[in-house]
Ligand binder design. Structure first.
Ligand code: GLN
Length: 249
């Protein structure tokens, strides 16, 4: 069994270190002896699922998002929707997350169509509104075990994302703005598709989430698969260093 990490628009959507998410998954597979391969999926390139897959869609500026919406509007977007409906594991961060909804509206009023994986949309900041920037602490209820956990990250977005009725947020923004700085939600989750505004990159400092994404992908091949525990001392230090700073302002 080999896990294939599909890095969507790797050279375009890689803001604030989001490539670290790919590196984190790859290393945590290698440290456990799990075969893993990274496949960059660029403009005009098809998504080729292998059956044991994890799809990553990083963040990007308005310019990059505009450049890729046409590519998403075609078969690639339809394939992504089908992958999510089939329970495929997808993580969208910020700009990638926004384009997993119905649309992202730029400050210039251009509505960039998304793939509609999540019932959500993103509106631009008003001229008198600031970008939503800073460290973030989020409480997440893991659907796998219904346990509350925390994740930390960094956000920098102008867009305000509003979830449709009944859409499950990824979690509650304990500190920081999250989806829109108003309703206290952060991100979205549906089936095995996750969306979040947390850069940082997200996964290296939140190893439980990294492992959960990997496990969800590996168990699509072997539903009894278990991950050997790793020594996450360094990851815990990284998490606490941000969480403590954020908690105490
Ligand atoms: N361009 C989008 C926004 O400003 C997303 C930014 C990002 O990916 N950090 O909201």
């Amino acid at each position: 069994m080999k896990l294939t990490i599909h890095h969507l628009y790797a050279d375009m959507m890689n803001l604030y270190g989001d490539r670290g998410n790919v590196i984190s998954i790859k290393k945590r597979c290698e440290w456990r002896g799990i075969p893993v391969e990274v496949v960059d999926v660029g403009l005009g390139e098809p998504i080729k699922p292998t059956g044991c897959d994890l799809f990553l869609f990083g963040g990007g500026q308005d310019r990059e998002q505009t450049l890729l919406v046409e590519d998403l509007a075609g078969k690639k977007g339809a394939d992504l929707r089908a992958i999510v409906e089939d329970g495929g594991v997808v993580l969208g961060v910020c700009g990638g997350y926004q384009l997993m909804g119905h649309y992202y509206e730029t400050p210039e009023g251009e509505k960039l169509p998304g793939v509609g994986v999540f019932d959500l949309h993103t509106e631009p900041r008003k001229p008198d509104e600031e970008r939503l920037i800073g460290n973030v602490l989020v409480r997440v209820r893991g659907p796998e075990d219904d346990r509350w956990r925390e994740i930390v990250g960094f956000e920098n977005h102008g867009g305000r994302t509003y979830l449709g009725a009944g859409v499950e947020p990824l979690g509650e923004a304990v500190v920081g703005f999250g989806n829109n700085g108003k309703d206290g939600t952060e991100g979205a989750r549906r089936l095995n598709a996750y969306g979040t505004y947390l850069h940082g990159s997200l996964l290296p400092k939140n190893p439980w989430l990294t492992d959960q994404l990997m496990l969800n992908a590996l168990r699509r091949v072997d539903d009894a698969f278990e991950l050997e525990p790793l020594d996450d001392a360094a990851e815990r230090v990284a998490f606490e260093s941000v969480a403590n700073r954020v908690r105490h302002g």
